[in-house]
Design a protein around this ligand. Structure first.
Ligand SMILES: Cc1ncc(C[n+]2csc(CCOP(=O)(O)OP(=O)(O)O)c2C)c(N)n1
Ligand code: SF4
Ligand SMILES: [Mg+2]
Length: 251
C-alpha cells in the first residue's frame, strides 16, 4: 500500500507561507529528493532573505542563514570546507538571487562551484510587500510599478537561465514550473538531477522554478496559477538551458 507521507527531510512544523504560495511545493520537492538520495545527514542548506527566510526551520538537514543574496558565497565556503562529504544547496528568491545577489550567482557559476541552486522566480519581492523585482514582467503591476513595469525607464527583466548559459563554469541549468501536476513532476526530476550532479562532482547546477505569489499578485491561488501559465511561461520558457555533460555525451 502506498501511503502519502511527509518526506523525512521536511520538518513536521506548519509552514508560514500564504495559502496557494508555491514555495511549499518546492520545499517538498527538495525534501523528497534529499530522502530519495539518502543524503539528509550530509546536506547543508543555505537559506536566503525573502519569504523563504525561515527555510532553516523547514528542512531537517543542517541549515545556515545567509545575508541577502550571499547564499552562493556561503555555499562555496561550506562546500570547499569538506567537498567530498558536504552536499550543499541554496534556496533563493528572485530578489535575493537576481538583484542584490547577482554577482555572487554569476561568479559561483563562473567558478564552477559544485553546488546546487534552487532559484524561486515569482516575479516579485514577496516578503517586503510586492515591489518590482529584476524578473518582474514588462507591464506587470507591482507596488513600485503601479502603472506596470515600463521598460523604457526601468529596463528589462533578467532571464537567469539564458544569462548563465553563456557562463562556461555552469554545468546544468533548467527552468521548470510548479503550476500543474506534469510540471511539478518535471520540476522534481530536474531538482533530483541537480543534486545528483553534485554527488557526481559535475559542478554548478541551477534549477529556476517559475512560481506564484498570489498575495502580492493580488490573485486567488487558482487565478495565480493561470496567470503564471498565461504570462510568465511565454516570457520564461521552460526547458534545459545547459547540460554540459549531455552535450559531451552527444559528441
Ligand atoms: C541587505 C538587504 N537589503 C534589502 C533587504 C530587504 N529585503 C528583504 S527580502 C527582499 C526581497 C525578497 O524577494 P525575493 O528574493 O524575490 O523572495 P520572495 O519573498 O519573493 O520569495 C528584500 C529586498 C534586506 N533584508 N537586506
Ligand atoms: S508573500 Fe508571496 S511569496 Fe511570500 S509567502 Fe506570501 S504568496 Fe508566498
Ligand atoms: Mg520573489
Amino acid at each position: 500500500m502506498v501511503v502519502f507521507e511527509k518526506p523525512h527531510a521536511l520538518a513536521d512544523v506548519p509552514l508560514h507561507y500564504c495559502p496557494g504560495c508555491t514555495h511549499g511545493i518546492i520545499h517538498r520537492l527538495v525534501a523528497e529528493v534529499i530522502d530519495e538520495l539518502g543524503i539528509e545527514g550530509r546536506t547543508i542548506g543555505i537559506a536566503p532573505v525573502g519569504c523563504s527566510v525561515f527555510a532553516y526551520n523547514y528542512f531537517n538537514c543542517d541549515m545556515i542563514e545567509a545575508a541577502h543574496g550571499r547564499a552562493p558565497a556561503v555555499a562555496t565556503g561550506v562546500k570547499r570546507s569538506d567537498p567530498d562529504n558536504n552536499i550543499v544547496f541554496t534556496y533563493q528568491g528572485d530578489g535575493d538571487l537576481a538583484a542584490i545577489g547577482t554577482a555572487e550567482t554569476v561568479h559561483a557559476a563562473a567558478r564552477g562551484e559544485n553546488i546546487t541552486v534552487i532559484f524561486v522566480n515569482n516575479a516579485i519581492y514577496g516578503m517586503t510587500g510586492g515591489q518590482m523585482a529584476p524578473t518582474t514582467l514588462p507591464g506587470q503591476v507591482t507596488q513600485t510599478s503601479p502603472y506596470g513595469r515600463d521598460t523604457s525607464k526601468v529596463g528589462f527583466p533578467v532571464k537567469v537561465c539564458e544569462m548563465l548559459s553563456n557562463v562556461d563554469g555552469a554545468a546544468y541549468l533548467e527552468r521548470v514550473a510548479v503550476n500543474n501536476v506534469k510540471n511539478v513532476k518535471n520540476a522534481k526530476k530536474a531538482i533530483k538531477k541537480a543534486f545528483q550532479n553534485q554527488l557526481d562532482g559535475k559542478g554548478f547546477s541551477l534549477i529556476e522554478v517559475v512560481s506564484t505569489c498570489p498575495t502580492n499578485w493580488g490573485l486567488t491561488p487558482e487565478k495565480a496559477l493561470e496567470w503564471l501559465e498565461e504570462n510568465m511561461l511565454p516570457y520564461y520558457p521552460l526547458g534545459v538551458y545547459k547540460d554540459k555533460f549531455a552535450e559531451k555525451e552527444d559528441k
